[in-house]
Design a protein around this ligand. Structure first.
Ligand SMILES: *[C@@H]1O[C@H](CO)[C@@H](O)[C@H](O)[C@H]1NC(C)=O
Ligand SMILES: *[C@@H]1O[C@H](CO)[C@@H](O)[C@H](O)[C@H]1NC(C)=O
Length: 416
């Protein structure tokens, strides 16, 4: 039996639940605590102490539709009521538990059962790794809204992933290394897609996606950060906090530049705030799906540390714009809203689903792929970046942020 208390970590509807005080409640609460503690510790693995996790689940979090814009609700999206009969399903391209253990908290927060838009979340098992698949099987048992779907893992095929799609359903396709989703992001792109069916697909405003990295740079959102060159005296360990304000200033020779083949000098490596954006990696970015920001982890690292700074200061507005139309150029599809019938009519899907959904089909149908600039999400890493990225403490920082603010156990009225 699944304990209903395990369903929602995220308190989207808090304060109404009245639990009668009796022995059954007390026993159930204790049992739930043990289970949450155990499963949570299992999910987060060794990088997070089980005690910290249990504490995080037990404390308060951000209120519904918290905004990191510092500017309130843009365009009334958070007031949007899902139209009657429209089913919205999260489609997760699952491979790695290291990042999905973070994504899970954001997904739960967006489940209909917790006041969000997702009627269901499907995890497409796109890996052969037993540990990752076993972990997924534990994960999908934490809520009836989660389901595992087996797809072909032969080669690098993406086409079969879309076999599950049904006409009339809106899919929010999410890659497994999305590690931050602003509360308003899913309602924003769902609303835009619904109200503009002529768009073939609507993407979120993705932090760390090559063309948008260039856009964010030109909006002034990328800050000067450089790699820490001297290992700090204490043994490097996973970051337990995420705030950029706790970082010391960067120190190094005046003529230091980050070369393309720069290798992190030690594990759990940090990037530190420096004085000038000149000679920082973002200066090599250009507009294009295969530009420098795809290949160089150093650009991504600078972007992520800039992001932590804006997150802390409530300044995600720095990334925002209204709509950005790709006009049949290649757009990243790490986080998109798309209708089931549009997917199904476009079958057979090419093995390069990104080119197919953002260039080939839009051009054929004359229906554009656009970005909704109000819907900010963070993308951890592209394949060419992953080796360098995994030498940093960036994933630890996203985990720390999620544990502090997003992964919350349902709050119950305390028995008096
Ligand atoms: C997926 O495949 C695994 C391993 O073959 C199997 O145990 C499981 O039942 C399948 N799940 C679904 C939902 O088809
Ligand atoms: C930086 O300056 C130092 C000392 O002036 C010099 O030894 C070094 O070669 C310079 N490095 C680069 C990359 O120019």
């Amino acid at each position: 039996m699944l304990l209903p208390q395990l369903r929602g970590y995220a308190p989207l509807r808090v304060g109404k639940a009245q639990i009668p005080v009796n022995y059954y409640t007390v026993a159930l609460a204790f049992f739930t605590f043990v289970l949450v503690f155990g499963i949570g510790a299992h999910f987060f693995g060794s990088t997070v102490k089980a005690g910290a996790l249990a504490a995080a689940y037990a404390t308060g979090g951000l209120p519904r539709y918290w905004s990191k814009t510092g500017k309130g609700d843009l365009g009334g999206v958070t007031m949007w009521k899902k139209p009657e009969g429209l089913k919205i399903v999260g489609l997760i391209f699952y491979g790695r538990r290291s990042s999905v253990s973070i994504l899970d908290c954001y997904l739960k927060r967006n489940l209909a059962e917790n006041g969000g838009l997702f009627d269901q979340v499907l995890f497409l098992a796109r890996t052969d790794k037993k540990e990752d698949l076993d972990w997924l099987d534990v994960l999908v048992k934490t809520t009836p809204s989660y389901r595992r779907v087996n797809v072909s893992t032969i080669g690098d095929q993406y086409a079969s992933a879309y076999d599950v799609c049904e006409d009339g359903t809106m899919y929010i396709k999410i890659d497994d290394d999305i590690v931050f989703i602003e509360d308003s992001a899913i309602p924003t792109i769902a609303k835009l897609k619904y109200e503009h069916p002529e768009y073939f697909t609507v993407s979120a405003n993705i932090m760390n996606q090559p063309s948008l990295s260039w856009v964010h740079q030109h909006l002034g959102a990328i800050r000067p950060y450089l790699p820490e060159l001297q290992q700090p005296p204490e043994t490097p360990k996973p970051a337990s906090g995420w705030k950029a304000s706790a970082l010391p200033r960067w120190q190094g020779p005046d003529n230091f530049t980050v070369t393309d083949d720069f290798v992190a000098p030690y594990p759990h490596h940090r990037w530190l705030p420096s004085d000038s954006i000149d000679d920082t990696p973002i200066m090599t970015a250009s507009y294009g799906a295969f530009s420098a920001a795809l290949w160089h982890w150093t650009i991504a690292a600078q972007e992520h540390f800039s992001f932590f700074e804006h997150l802390e200061k409530n300044e995600l507005w720095r990334y925002k714009f209204h709509h950005w139309d790709y006009f049949y150029q290649r757009m990243g599809i790490q986080f998109i809203a798309i209708m089931g019938q549009d997917i199904n009519r476009a079958k057979p899907i090419d093995r390069d689903d990104e080119a197919y959904f953002s260039e080939v089909v839009p051009k054929k149908l004359k229906r554009h792929a656009v970005v909704d600039g109000r819907a900010v999400v963070a993308h951890y890493s592209f394949n060419p970046q992953i080796e360098g990225m995994s030498s940093t403490d960036i994933l630890d920082r996203y985990r720390a942020y999620a544990i502090e603010n997003i992964c919350i156990k349902q709050q119950h009225t305390k028995p008096t």
